[in-house]
Design a protein around this ligand. Structure first.
Ligand SMILES: [Zn+2]
Ligand SMILES: [Zn+2]
Length: 167
């Protein structure tokens, strides 16, 4: 039999079987739970890529251990939800990844006439100007685990601010 694992909760040892890993959003609400007995650490508890973990930490997400009976599953009513502003998305643009891309870039949505395929004749450049491709994908299996390109994010905010002042 494997030894019982204990976690310290409020200064007391509590067996892992009674605990959860809890993901705390920047607003203070609990936004994710994972049974502590199934994962050794927070990385196993919440499947996120290294890039996503780094971004979440920067945004102010935290992971703690709580007793199962003390978790709070109330929905977040903060504005913005979870204390995180939605990612900026100017009109006519989308966040997408290149084939085997490592980040999400902001790209203009281009629909070529006389073409039913997503494949474009001319490469489309990301707003940051650092990437171009004929095919950009927004499907989950291409974009999962990727975070937004910082330069594109800056550009997206600038575009939204500009659109806001002109209207
Ligand atoms: Zn909240
Ligand atoms: Zn970019």
């Amino acid at each position: 039999m494997s030894p019982t694992v204990y976690y310290e909760v409020n200064g007391e040892p509590v067996p892992a079987t009674e605990c959860d890993w809890v993901l705390i959003a920047p607003c203070g609400c609990e936004c994710g739970w994972s049974l502590a007995r199934y994962s050794k650490n927070e990385d196993e508890a919440f499947t996120r890529s290294a890039a996503e973990r780094k971004r979440d930490k920067k945004l102010g997400y935290k992971v703690i251990v709580k007793r199962h009976r003390d978790i709070c599953t109330d929905d977040c009513t903060h504005d913005p939800k979870w204390g995180v502003a939605p990612r900026p998305q100017p009109d006519g643009h989308t966040w997408a990844a290149k084939h085997e891309g490592r980040v999400l870039h902001l790209v203009p949505i281009v629909i070529e006439k006389d073409s039913s395929s997503a494949y474009q004749r001319e490469p489309i450049s990301s707003r940051c100007g650092r990437a171009d491709a004929r095919t950009w994908s927004t499907t989950w299996f291409r974009t999962k685990g990727l975070v937004e390109c910082t330069a594109c994010e800056v550009e997206a905010k600038r575009m939204l601010a500009e659109a806001g002042t002109s209207s």
